[in-house]
Write a protein that binds this ligand. Structure first.
Ligand code: SF4
Length: 208
């Protein structure tokens, strides 16, 4: 088996465990995994159109619309006019939807425990590998663009000589290491294409 097939097998095993957990967690709240994901997305990212939700979660518009209809019927989501476009509607989580989303947005203990079992060097290498893999998948348009440090205007890769904390976040004005490179950050601001390219190159080269 090649190294890539071996890693893909490992990722698939982890994916299976996560899917099983997502089904059982969502099931206890009487939701499907897609409905649960939409609810968590709206609470974490704020009001959005159905098309934007579908794109962010990499599902078809009809799958997202169907899930939203159920969420609206259950009073977890409501549709309101988009202040920027009177013909469009935005999805908002209701108060009960918010409460539910906070209960759903918790990673399984088994997964967190398995990650905690890695030592700091392994966690840093793992995060670096994930960032590079997600970047490559984005380039191939296999997954939606993520709010990662590497594409953020606040990111300064390898700005410090400290090997343990070489990167800098200009938003919080602090140094951090590879294990803390964010894969989904609420403060992310997309950098210009040329800055993103420079950051990616610097991050990949210095990590090699
Ligand atoms: S704001 Fe967030 S995404 Fe941007 S560099 Fe800082 S931690 Fe990374």
């Amino acid at each position: 088996m090649t190294a890539s097939a071996n890693i893909a097998t490992g990722l698939a095993r982890i994916g299976m465990a996560l899917r099983a957990d997502a089904w059982s967690q969502a099931g206890t709240k009487n939701l499907s995994p897609t409905q649960a994901q939409i609810l968590v997305h709206l609470v974490q990212r704020g009001p959005a159109r159905v098309s934007a939700v579908a794109e962010a979660l990499a599902v078809t518009q009809s799958t997202a619309s169907e899930a939203v209809t159920t969420l609206v019927r259950k009073d977890h989501v409501e549709r309101r006019s988009d202040p920027d476009d009177a013909r469009a509607t935005l999805l908002h989580a209701t108060e009960t939807g918010r409460r539910l989303a906070h209960e759903l947005a918790v990673w399984p203990d088994a997964l967190l425990g398995a990650i905690d079992a890695l030592d700091p060097v392994e966690q840093a290498a793992f995060t670096r590998g994930l960032v590079k893999m997600i970047g490559a998948l984005q380039e191939r348009r296999a997954i939606p663009v993520q709010r990662m440090c590497v594409s953020c205007a606040h990111f300064r890769p390898h700005a410090h000589s400290d090997a343990a904390r070489p990167h800098h976040c200009a938003f919080v004005d602090a140094a951090f290491g590879d294990a803390a490179v964010r894969l989904d950050c609420g403060e992310h601001v997309a950098a210009d294409a040329s800055v993103q390219l420079e950051s990616w190159t610097r991050f990949k080269e210095a990590a090699a």
